[in-house]
Design a protein around this ligand. Structure first.
Ligand SMILES: Cc1cc2nc3c(=O)[nH]c(=O)nc-3n(C[C@H](O)[C@H](O)[C@H](O)COP(=O)(O)OP(=O)(O)OC[C@H]3O[C@@H](n4cnc5c(N)ncnc54)[C@H](O)[C@@H]3O)c2cc1C
Length: 410
């Protein structure tokens, strides 16, 4: 009988185990997890609802050191692949905005329950509180130390990255991969908030506003996203901002800033016309009235302060053309200097990892160590917010499980 051992009971590890077990009856599948339960991170995904894949999954939503390699490996990992996997396990799903897929009952715990049932039904040996601290080759076998010693014909390394370490992925997987000959591209926390200088716009904590956000390094625009921006005491957050965190330059660079366009569908000139009309309409009213009905009250006050309008008791009719131009400009180009991104504790993923060039794109088998397979976040593949990271975890796990389960015993 052949033994396939999986390191890490996260999304990729569970998908790999379930798939490997179905490849041949003559197989023993063991899943080792360092925490006292599998799938802990899964419960926290999508704010407890688990955005499990996205109908738009494709190369445009993924980032890795060498884009061409990402394209090759993503071929065949269409959304249908992940959906078929879950449909076979009996999970109903539903589609939300922008192609996001959730379980029909909107509970991440249901996704985990379905996976747990599938692990049990297939007789997979799940061993928790088993942190793997070494994997080595001994002849044709792998010897895996995790408090206890295990011998296996194939190992699938799905230990995740180092984001949200309290939920399991503490970065130990990179060391295990390196000990077997792999390298690792530079790692950094991603899908996290931007740390900005909020001094000039204090008092905005908790405000959410629709906007287009652009990230700049010097005067070079690195990318732009539309969505709801959240103002926090340390900076800017929200899905659009978190996606941009992936593009933050690493190391010493030109100063970075985030620019908000609060009215992306409108031209600055038409906003200015509207401001002039408001000045006339509310001429006798105090500035408190000026933006009432446009943006949130506190946001409006902060914008007027930033545009240099002075005391709120001032009459709207006293605003000069120059002041109105400054405000219209701010509506479209509100800049925040960015000092960095929030750390691994708050990040949803660790960007970087084992290079895709070290993996066979069709099987996920290591090119450097036969019988070793890698899947999920441990690899240098990072998706945008929106279900893309779990999609990668399921699909790469399924591919590795299929290949490791099928491969002839050495
Ligand atoms: C708060 C939060 C919300 C998120 N929401 C979404 C979302 O809605 N949609 C989406 O697509 N993505 C989301 N993500 C990202 C997504 O969860 C991850 O990209 C995905 O879980 C990675 O899967 P993985 O199996 O590769 O790694 P993980 O899920 O991190 O699993 C790795 C597992 O390996 C175990 N492990 C690590 N080292 C060892 C070792 N040495 N020995 C034994 N076991 C080990 C860990 O304990 C862990 O259980 C979210 C992430 C966070 C933190």
């Amino acid at each position: 009988m052949k033994t396939v051992l999986i390191v890490g009971g996260g999304a990729a590890g569970m998908a790999a185990a379930i798939t490997a077990a179905g490849q041949t009856p003559d197989i023993r599948v063991i899943l080792l997890e360092r925490l006292d339960r599998v799938g802990k991170k899964l419960l926290a995904t999508g704010n407890g609802r688990c955005n499990l894949t996205n109908l738009n999954a494709g190369t445009a939503h993924y980032h890795s050191a060498v884009p061409g390699e990402a394209e090759a490996i993503l071929r065949g990992m269409e959304p249908a692949e992940a959906l078929r996997f879950f449909e076979e396990l009996g999970l109903r799903w539903t589609r939300e905005d922008e192609g996001r897929i959730y379980p029909y009952c909107m509970q991440a715990s249901m996704v985990l329950d379905v996976l747990l049932a599938a692990l049990e039904e297939r007789g997979i040996e799940v061993v928790c509180a088993a942190p793997v601290n070494s994997i080595r080759r001994e002849g044709e076998k792998f010897i895996v130390e995790a408090g206890r010693r295990f011998a296996a014909d194939a190992v699938i390394l799905c230990a995740g990255g180092r984001a949200a370490p309290k939920l399991g992925s503490d970065g130990s997987g990179y060391g295990l991969a390196k000990a077997l000959g792999h390298t690792c591209t530079p790692l950094y926390p991603a899908l996290t908030a931007l740390c900005c200088d909020m001094r000039a716009s204090g008092g905005l904590k908790g405000i959410r506003a629709p906007a287009e956000v652009s990230l700049f390094a010097g005067e070079t625009c690195l990318g732009a996203r539309r969505g709801e921006v959240q103002f926090t005491e340390y900076g800017l957050s929200g899905i659009a901002v978190m996606d941009l965190s992936l593009l933050m330059p690493q190391g010493k660079n030109r100063p970075c800033f985030a620019e908000l366009d609060l009215f992306p569908a409108e031209e600055e000139a038409s906003l200015l016309r509207e401001l002039r009309a408001r000045r006339g309409r509310f001429a006798a009213q105090p500035l408190e009235r000026f933006l009432l009905g446009t943006v949130q009250k506190r946001l409006g006050f902060a914008l007027m302060k930033q545009a240099g309008f002075g005391a709120l008791s001032r009459r709207c009719g006293t605003l000069t053309d120059r002041e109105l131009s400054a405000l219209a400009r701010l509506f479209k180009h509100w800049r925040f200097s960015v000092s960095g991104v929030q750390g691994y504790e708050q990040a949803q993923v660790a960007a970087g990892g084992v290079p895709l060039s070290e993996i066979d794109e069709k099987t996920m088998e290591s090119k450097l160590c036969k019988g070793l397979y890698l899947a999920g976040e441990i690899l240098d593949m990072t998706g945008d917010c929106g279900g893309y990271n779990l999609h990668w975890a399921w699909c790469s796990g399924i591919r590795a499980g299929r290949a490791a389960g099928k491969a002839r015993k050495a």
